[in-house]
Design a protein around this ligand. Structure first.
Ligand code: F6R
Length: 288
């Protein structure tokens, strides 16, 4: 009798676990907005809603041109509506190797200038990999550990490389990688060179969260704007899951939102479908 009730208990526990996992899974949500400005405002609403539900959320953040307007919107929400960052913790995706934190092209500098210094976040709660650590491999392990110790990332903001990279996980890299040292591809060096005086000044190495580290986030929010990203966007959403487009791993992620402007959506085969889904959402499913 006891054996039977233990069996019933075990089966029910595994059924409940299965149901919980199923309920947490969502389709990749694709939101096409008329302009990068509208897209960034919507993205800011996604972040703001999370912070209202969970004031001590852990945010994963990105640098580059794409999220600049998102940060401006969040700063506006902070200044105008009191959006509170006092309990928030952040982890950035990546940092160049060899640049001191106060170097104007370092990602630490970028984050301070474009976001952190304008909001009420505690400096000790903001984390980026240390690109000048004496032992870089130990730094990668330490970074992974700190994310785990903070309880994992609730929402990871991601830009998209024109070659389909997320973080600095370039095509052909492992889709299971953890925070590691990477060599930037020639394409990425070229794409990022307009942020430096000369292409020779772009560092070739970085520390980046791995695709596996990104996949651990409870939610991902990908932003991509402009024609330059259209092919990568199509590969991310509609292509095969392949290391040739590291972002395509997100098709396996439990809850990813992709917000793009019309130009970045230009090569999607199913754009009418995504618009249809968006138009027919129930009020509580909307962010606007
Ligand atoms: C930046 C990052 C990169 C960028 C991507 C797009 O932290 O991880 O993946 O998001 O290279 O860069 P932009 O936005 O400059 O086009």
């Amino acid at each position: 009798m006891q054996v039977f009730s233990e069996y019933v208990l075990k089966v029910s526990a595994s059924l409940i676990r299965g149901l919980v996992i199923h309920l947490r899974l969502r389709d990749m949500e694709v939101l096409i907005q008329p302009t990068p400005e509208r897209a960034s405002e919507l993205a800011a609403r996604v972040v703001a809603r999370l912070l209202k539900e969970k004031p001590n959320a852990v945010l994963g953040l990105a640098t580059g041109r794409t999220p600049v307007q998102l940060y401006k919107e969040l700063i506006r929400f902070h200044k105008n509506d009191g959006l509170d960052f006092s309990q928030v913790t952040t982890f950035n995706l990546d940092e160049y190797i060899g640049l001191q934190p106060d170097h104007p092209q370092s990602y630490r500098y970028f984050m301070e200038e474009n976001f952190f210094k304008h909001i009420n976040i505690k400096p000790e709660n903001t984390h980026l990999p240390n690109g000048v650590a004496p032992n870089l491999r130990e730094e990668c392990r330490r970074y992974e550990r700190s994310i785990r110790e903070a309880g994992g990332i609730d929402l990871q903001v991601l830009g998209l490389g024109s070659n389909g990279h997320i973080g600095f996980n370039e095509p052909t890299g492992s889709l299971n990688s953890r925070t590691w040292i990477k060599i930037l591809s020639q394409q990425t060096v070229k794409d990022n060179s307009d942020l430096f005086d000369n292409i020779e000044d772009v560092p070739n190495h970085c520390i980046t969260m791995g695709v596996g580290s990104i996949m651990d986030a409870s939610r991902c929010l990908v932003l991509a704007f402009g024609h330059r990203k259209a092919k990568a966007v199509a590969n991310l959403i509609e292509g095969p899951i392949t290391a040739m487009c590291p972002a395509s791993a997100l098709q396996m992620h439990k809850r990813t939102i992709v917000i793009v402007d019309e130009n970045a959506a230009a090569r999607l085969d199913y754009s009418d479908h995504y618009r249809w889904i968006d138009q027919h959402k129930l009020p509580w499913q909307r962010y606007d």
